[in-house]
Design a protein around this ligand. Structure first.
Ligand code: DAT
Ligand code: MG
Length: 150
């Protein structure tokens, strides 16, 4: 079974709106395994590394202000196709394009308050996991895997 991992983060609006549990539930109920979780107020330095690819975008200063406005919950979820399916569970970048049933499609409206982050490739997932969890993640056996994977 694939041990692919993805970095999922509840943004400050999600934390302040009390949606952390609901977002965790989406991943739990789908069958993914929690490998790490952390609540923190991220600083500009950390977020600038996380969003390095977007540094030249016009919305970057607003994105930084949003992401430093309160604590975030960073998580690592593990399982088959975790990166691609994690993005599917989140929905589209612009919540207005997100289907009902996705996290963004169910809980938000504006792109600048889109609740959550999910890695967009396995390569970026590995970089983001190393950035947000330099201490490493948790490896453990989960007996219920036999009920989820064939
Ligand atoms: P995603 O979070 O879906 O991977 P992204 O990596 O392109 O999207 O952008 C990171 C975040 O930046 C996104 O979640 C919200 C913000 N963002 C992206 N495009 C934006 C835009 N056109 N206006 C305002 N914020 C934007
Ligand atoms: Mg992205």
């Amino acid at each position: 079974m694939s041990q692919e991992r993805t970095y999922i983060m509840v943004k400050p609006d999600g934390v302040e709106r009390g949606l952390v549990g609901k977002i965790i539930s989406r991943f739990e109920q789908r069958g993914y395994k929690l490998a790490a979780i952390r609540l923190l107020k991220a600083d500009q330095a950390l977020l600038s590394q996380h969003y390095a690819d977007l540094a030249e975008k016009p919305f970057f200063p607003r994105l930084m202000a949003y992401m430093t406005s309160g604590p975030v919950v960073g998580m690592v979820w593990e399982g088959k196709d975790a990166v691609r399916t994690g993005r599917t569970l989140l929905g589209e970048t612009n919540p207005l394009n997100s289907a009902p049933g996705t996290i963004r499609g169910d809980f938000c409206i504006d792109v600048g308050k889109n609740l959550c982050h999910g890695s967009d490739s396995v390569e970026n997932a590995n970089k983001e996991i190393a950035l947000w969890f330099p201490q490493g993640v948790c490896s453990y056996d989960r007996p219920s895997d036999r009920l989820i994977y064939e």
